[in-house]
Design a protein around this ligand. Structure first.
Ligand code: FAD
Length: 372
């Protein structure tokens, strides 16, 4: 696969053949193993990794389009891949060639940033790392880690010794002392195994440090945040598009037999659907423009990165509220499948950086105040 068109065609095939048929099962809590295996087999774990480590060398725009396509079928799978490609972007910058190769070709990765102690304020971990010889000992209570039981973790801790808010590590899957403490039983994104994880005197090689001691914050903001925000926004766009298709199908296919009309014959329902279309397209435009700004290194890229996740997450909530309204009581049932999308869409605004934190950053940026 060389071009964006070829990459997206491969994603489309997996979305249609593997992800869509399993979306209901995934919503019941089953991790999307088959999808991850299909992405690995097609070389798509390395979508954003360089070709020299076996990746496909694609940029944020391809990643955004891929995540949007996946989310049209399944929010959980979209978030698993968002976490993987976000972690992979960081590993591309800071990992050893061997680790970059693993993550590009075979090893699912994720971000283990949020902690019980500092909650959504991921930039300030309270967990610790201590070095002794060639080994580092980690102690932590991570509050949510997507793909917790399957993935290797890009992990944050307080610095070893340097000034600064954090240091980043690669914690391989099944590392001794690292434990998934309970299964994820969430409102939405139910298949993505976003479980709490603890480290109790967990040992990793000191060589697994990603970047300099104390510089984790710079890498989180400079590398992870742009990729994560853009793809998280794309997941919201895919969920909105999915809701629109399902809502239009329901509205046109549902009869008031006594009147010989459909829900779509109601002007109020059509107006709601029109608002859903406008909000979805608005979110899509800002998301695509964010990826374009990142790729071009535009001066407004940072602002777009902050805006995209806040806008798309908020609009997804609004669009899914409208979908539930138009589809009526039937929307409470599983067969219309709008309620799954409604639940999945709620996650974006509370995933860090939360919408409220993004408003704070954007407001400060507009007022010319320092972000931190
Ligand atoms: C489905 C799902 C998957 C997740 N996957 C991962 C993952 O893979 N890796 C990972 O690291 N984390 C993950 N998270 C965690 C996520 O990123 C957040 O850290 C978490 O949702 C925050 O929840 P909390 O209860 O700790 O929020 P709290 O921090 O308690 O926030 C409560 C409220 O306070 C607001 N708030 C907090 N700080 C500020 C502030 N400075 N200014 C304004 N408002 C503020 C928040 O916006 C929110 O409305 C996931 C979360 C979910 C729901």
């Amino acid at each position: 696969m060389q071009t964006q068109v070829e990459v997206l065609a491969a994603v489309d095939r997996i979305a249609t053949d593997v992800i869509a048929p399993k979306a209901t099962e995934t919503d019941k809590g089953a991790f999307p193993e088959a999808a991850v295996a299909a992405f690995a087999k097609a070389g798509l774990l390395g979508l954003a990794s360089s070709r020299d480590v076996g990746g496909l060398g694609q940029g944020p725009k391809t990643a955004v389009l891929a995540v949007e396509r996946i989310a049209r079928e399944c929010g959980s799978t979209a978030m698993v891949m968002t976490m993987h490609w976000s972690a992979a972007a960081l590993i591309e910058k800071l990992g050893t060639p061997e680790l970059r190769k693993q993550v590009a070709q075979a090893q699912l990765a994720t971000l283990a940033f949020s902690e019980t102690g500092s909650r959504s304020q991921f930039w300030a971990p309270v967990s610790t790392a201590a070095k002794s010889g060639d080994t580092v000992t980690l102690n932590a209570k991570k509050s949510f880690v997507t793909s917790a039981s399957r993935a290797g973790y890009v992990w944050s801790s307080k610095p070893l010794a340097a000034q600064g808010a954090s240091t980043l590590w690669w914690v391989p899957p099944k590392s001794a002392g690292v434990r998934v403490t309970e299964p994820f039983d969430g409102l939405g994104l139910r298949g993505n195994d976003s479980s709490p994880v603890t480290a109790e005197a967990a040992s990793i090689p000191a060589a697994n440090q990603l970047g300099d001691d104390g510089k984790g914050f710079d890498h989180m903001l400079g590398v992870v945040l742009p990729w994560f925000n853009a793809m998280n926004a794309a997941a919201s766009v895919g969920l909105m598009e999915s809701a629109l298709v399902r809502t239009a199908k329901h509205a046109t296919g549902t009869q008031f037999q006594h009147a010989g009309s459909t829900v779509a014959d109601l002007p109020t329902a059509r107006a709601y659907i029109a608002r859903m279309r406008i909000k979805t397209d608005a979110a899509r435009l800002i998301t695509y423009d964010t990826a374009d700004a990142m790729e071009a290194g535009r001066a407004d890229a940072v602002l777009r990165v902050l805006e995209s996740k806040a806008a798309a997450g908020e609009l997804a909530n609004e669009v899914l509220d409208l979908a539930m309204r138009v589809c009526g009581g039937a929307a409470f049932r599983k067969d219309v499948a709008v309620e799954r999308v409604f639940r999945d869409a709620r996650a974006s605004t509370v995933m860090a950086p939360t919408a409220d934190v993004l408003y704070e950053f954007i407001g400060k940026a507009v007022c010319g105040l320092p972000l931190f």
